[in-house]
Design a binder for this molecule. Structure first.
Ligand code: APR
Ligand code: PHB
Length: 407
């Protein structure tokens, strides 16, 4: 039994632990919150259902907004990112039979993005939490939240053969879309908003040199994306049918389809090679409101999901943690609840901005199976405006770098 459980009351049927903040979920949101709370001397325990190896094996997007980059630097988590990540001035768009466009964050906002993968960030977060002696409990089963609306919430869970009760002041629900936290909010309080897209993204990782820029491709065969992790690690995606299975896609089929969706001069520069990972992600937009119920606060995928177009998922999770960690610092250390009271409202403003831009980009860049010629005409016109109007280009670049954090 690691960390906190070492302090458990011995001999009791149910071992009891206590802390200030119980964090459900040890993905990037939960680990980042734990790390920042530690800096503010706020005791916390992270309960994670999976093993560390499993959490670190998940591959997600790799494009950071300036706000996320700053957070990593502010909390001493940026050493590897600054050594090996690649600063980017924006992201390219190539469009069949139309001029290229560059979503130029540098030109329109003076800010850069950073190419740096979520897997590496999670590794660094784990390393920092272990180095600092975090109470991080992996393979916590049957996590149940109790009395979340009251002043003394508590959490029960099982690890191995032992049952635990964790008393706390605050619960942070950082347990992703499928976790129990959001479901602890009564149906008559929680409002959800959802859009499921009628296609998926098939992504592969390959140990080959990437194209220089992140580039979205619009093509009548469907969307494609060239992304990157390092000088010798490429990440590529193609839009696929919602019903496709990974087994339907050999490496050869993937590369053939990818190359067909990029203009021939770019396709000629794409280095192909065996995939080291291949997976299909469904696309959805989802928001749960409010993000607070009593002493339960939701953050990250527990409260919202965005389609990967725009790579907003991790950036949004970090935005939530920025607001939540500040609110908890003021609550515990200054006995001032001004930010706790405004957490949900502030976080949701940023969430909806990201939901909005990722929805707009998804509609712009994908062919929808049920669309009619009118929809296609509107999409083509949207792109024409982007290419010809500085105001449209500036608006997209501004949304793409992410909304600033509110004071
Ligand atoms: N008990 C404990 N932990 C749980 C439970 C549970 N019942 N259910 C889920 N979890 C854990 C998951 O195993 C996972 O490690 O919660 C964690 C949630 O992590 P993520 O899903 O990575 O979500 P989040 O930390 O909010 O990060 C958001 O990561 O998922 C991507 O696209 C997403 O990039 C975004 C970012
Ligand atoms: C990625 O790096 O995997 C990535 C980048 C940009 C996106 C989506 C995914 O819009």
């Amino acid at each position: 039994m690691p960390g906190a459980a070492g302090d458990a009351v011995k001999g009791a049927c149910m071992k009891t632990l206590s802390t200030q903040v119980a964090i459900i979920g040890g993905g990037p949101a939960g680990l980042m919150l734990s790390h920042i709370l530690d800096r503010h001397k706020i005791a916390n325990v992270v309960l994670e259902r999976r093993s560390k190896a499993y959490v670190l094996s998940r591959i997600r997007a790799g494009l950071l907004e300036p706000g996320s980059v700053k957070m990593l630097r502010d909390y001493d988590l940026a050493e590897r990112m600054d050594a090996f990540g690649k600063a980017k001035n924006g992201t390219g768009i190539v469009w069949q039979n139309k001029p290229d466009h560059f979503i130029d964050s540098m030109k329109w906002t003076g800010q850069q993005m950073m190419a740096w993968g979520q897997t590496a960030i999670t590794e660094d977060l784990y390393a920092a939490r272990e180095r600092d002696g975090a109470q991080l409990i992996n393979e916590a089963e049957n996590v149940v939240l109790h009395d979340v609306a009251g002043d003394a919430p508590w959490v029960t869970f099982k690890q191995g053969e032992a049952d635990y009760r964790l008393d706390c002041n605050i619960i942070a629900g950082c347990d992703g879309y499928h976790g129990p936290s959001r479901r602890s909010i009564p149906d008559n309080i929680l409002k959800t908003f959802e859009l499921v897209y009628p296609f998926g993204w098939l992504g592969i990782m390959a140990e080959v040199p990437p194209l220089p820029d992140f580039t979205y491709a619009y093509h009548e065969r469907g969307f494609a994306l060239a992304a990157q992790r390092s000088a010798m690690l490429s990440r590529y995606y193609v839009q696929c049918d919602a019903s496709d299975r990974v087994e339907d896609w050999s490496d050869d089929r993937f590369w053939e389809e990818l190359l067909a969706r990029f203009p021939s001069d770019m396709a000629a520069n794409i280095t192909t090679g065996p995939s080291i990972e291949k997976s299909i992600a469904p696309l959805r937009s989802f928001v749960a409101e409010p993000m607070r119920y009593g002493n339960l606060f939701l953050a990250g995928d527990a409260a919202h999901i965005v389609p990967p177009t725009g790579a907003k998922g991790l950036n949004l999770a970090f935005g939530d943690i920025h607001y939540l960690s500040r609110a908890l610092d003021w609550h515990f250390n200054r006995k001032d609840d001004r930010y706790l009271e405004r957490f949900s409202e502030m976080a949701l403003r940023r969430v909806w901005s990201a939901v909005n831009v990722s929805w707009r980009l998804t509609k712009l860049l994908h062919i929808f199976p049920d669309e009619d010629p009118f929809d296609d005409k509107i999409r083509q016109n949207d792109y024409d405006q982007l290419v010809t109007s500085d105001a449209t280009a500036s608006a997209l670049a501004t949304a793409y770098v992410g909304a600033p954090f509110e004071d």
